[in-house]
Design a binder for this molecule. Structure first.
Ligand code: CA
Length: 384
C-alpha cells in the first residue's frame, strides 16, 4: 500500500514486536504538485521524491514505490531490497519509454525494511533515513548530491550546503541509468529507537537539531510526522514535504502495548492481565490510566478527549471525559483512515491529553493550510 498527496497513514503491525508508525506528505506552499510518494507497508517503509516537471515526477515516484512494494522481501535482506530497488529503476525507465511518464523523469528512493530489530536501508538520491537512538539523531544515509560531494571534499560546510543554489542537484536517481545500484545500510536497532525517512523538502527546510527535538519530545509517531511536516511548512514549505516515522518496540514495551490494545471482549482475564502488565511498569496502573488518553467523536461529530483507556474493568469505566475540543470532524480535512480510527474500536489512543490536544491542533492547521491552497488554486483558475 502507499499513501501520498496531503495524506497521512498510521498504524501498527499485527504480529509480534513490530513497529508503530506514522506518516504525512504535503505539497508545501510553493509547488503545484506533490511529486513525493511514500510507502508504509510493514515491514517495508519508503520515501521517493520524483522529478521531471509537468506531473512526470509524481508518476516516477509512484511507479518506483509500487514496484518496490511488489518486489521487496519481507525480511531485512539487503540483497533482496537492492534487487527490488533495481526493479523499481527499470520500471521507471520503462514507463518513460512507453509513455506513462516523460523522458527525463526520475526519482529518489530511500527504502527500508524493519524486521524486529533488524534494519536494512537502500538509498538512491537525496531523501534521507535518520535514526533517533537514545535521544540523539544520527543520519543513516549519505546523500547522492553535488553538495554532499562538496561537503565531503571539504569545499562546503553543512550550513553552506543547506542554502547552496545547487543543493537539489542529485548525482544518482532512479529512471535514467539501467545499471544504477542503491547503497545498502544494515544494522541492528534497540527497542525505543525511532526511524525517520524524509524527502529533502523536510531536511532542507529544518535543521537536524529541530528534527531531533521533535522526534525526542513527541511520543506518538503520527504526531511526530505531522509536526515535522508542519515545521517544514512554517519554515517556508518551498518543496514537497514527506516524513515517515517508525518506532522500534522493546519486548517489555510491546507487551504493554499488546495489553493496551486488547479488545474489550477480552473480559476480566484480559483486564487482569492488563493490570498485571501495567503494575509491572514503573508507573503503576492508576498513574498510567491517569496519563494516557484517547480521542473519540460524539453524536454531534465533535472530537472529545478522554483520559484513560476505553473499556471497563470489574464494572468500572477505565476512562473519564477530560474535555471537548469544540472541533468537528466535518470542519477538518481528515483522511478516511483517521476518521475510522476516531470512530472505531473505542477511539484513537495517544500517550497523553497533551498529545491529544497537539494532534487536534495539527489537524486544525492542516485544514487551514488546505483551505488556503484550495482558495489559491480557485483564484488561479478564476484568473484564466
Ligand atoms: Ca524534493
Amino acid at each position: 500500500m502507499s499513501a501520498k498527496k496531503n495524506g497521512q497513514r498510521r498504524g501498527r503491525h499485527a504480529k509480534g514486536v513490530l513497529p508503530e508508525y506514522g506518516s504525512r506528505t504535503d505539497v508545501g506552499l510553493v509547488r503545484d504538485h506533490n511529486e513525493d510518494s511514500l510507502c508504509v507497508a510493514p515491514p517495508v517503509f519508503a520515501v521517493a521524491d520524483g522529478m521531471g516537471g509537468h506531473a512526470a515526477g509524481e508518476v516516477a515516484s509512484e511507479i518506483a514505490i509500487q514496484t518496490l512494494i511488489e518486489n521487496a522481501p519481507q525480511t531485512a535482506d539487503g540483497d533482496g531490497l537492492a534487487r527490488a530497488v533495481v526493479e523499481a529503476n527499470r520500471a521507471v525507465i520503462r514507463a518513460a519509454v512507453d509513455g506513462r511518464g516523460k523522458q527525463g523523469m526520475g526519482t529518489t528512493m530511500t527504502a527500508s525494511i524493519l524486521d524486529g530489530r533488524s534494519l536494512v536501508v537502500a538509498q538512491v538520491g537525496d531523501s534521507r533515513a535518520y535514526l533517533l537512538h537514545r535521544g540523539t539523531l544520527q543520519r543513516i544515509t549519505r546523500d547522492h548530491s553535488l553538495v554532499a560531494d562538496m561537503v565531503e571534499a571539504g569545499e562546503l560546510t553543512e550550513e553552506q550546503a543547506r542554502v547552496h543554489p545547487q543543493r537539489s542537484v542529485i548525482t544518482r536517481a532512479l529512471g535514467s541509468d539501467p545499471n544504477t545500484l542503491p547503497d545498502i545500510y544494515e544494522m541492528t536497532l534497540e527497542g525505543g529507537d525511532r526511524l525517520l525517512l524524509c524527502s529533502d523538502g523536510l531536511s532542507s527546510m529544518i535543521e537536524d537539531d529541530v528534527i531531533q527535538s521533535v522526534l525526542s519530545r513527541r511520543s506518538d509517531p503520527q504526531l511526530c510526522a505531522n509536526v515535522l511536516v508542519n515545521e517544514a511548512i512554517k519554515a517556508g514549505g518551498f518543496d514537497n514535504v514527506t516524513a515517515v516515522v517508525v518506532d522500534v518496540k522493546g519486548d517489555e514495551e510491546a507487551q504493554v502495548k499488546k495489553a493496551r490494545f486488547r479488545s474489550r471482549t477480552g473480559a476480566v482475564i484480559g483486564a487482569l492481565a492488563l493490570i498485571a502488565v501495567l503494575a509491572a511498569t514503573a508507573f503503576g496502573s492508576y498513574a498510567y490510566l491517569n496519563h494516557v488518553a484517547f480521542l473519540t467523536v460524539d453524536a454531534n461529530n465533535e472530537i472529545v478527549i478522554n483520559r484513560g483507556l476505553p473499556g471497563e474493568f470489574l464494572g468500572f469505566e477505565t476512562y473519564a471525559l477530560d474535555h471537548k475540543t469544540g472541533v468537528k470532524t466535518t470542519d477538518l480535512d481528515l483522511p478516511q483512515n483517521t476518521i475510522d480510527r476516531l470512530t472505531e474500536n473505542g477511539g484513537m489512543r495517544v500517550d497523553s491529553v497533551a498529545d491529544a490536544d497537539a494532534l487536534v491542533d495539527t489537524w486544525k492547521s492542516q485544514a487551514t493550510d488546505q483551505k488556503k491552497q484550495d482558495d489559491a488554486s480557485e483564484g488561479k483558475a478564476g484568473d484564466k
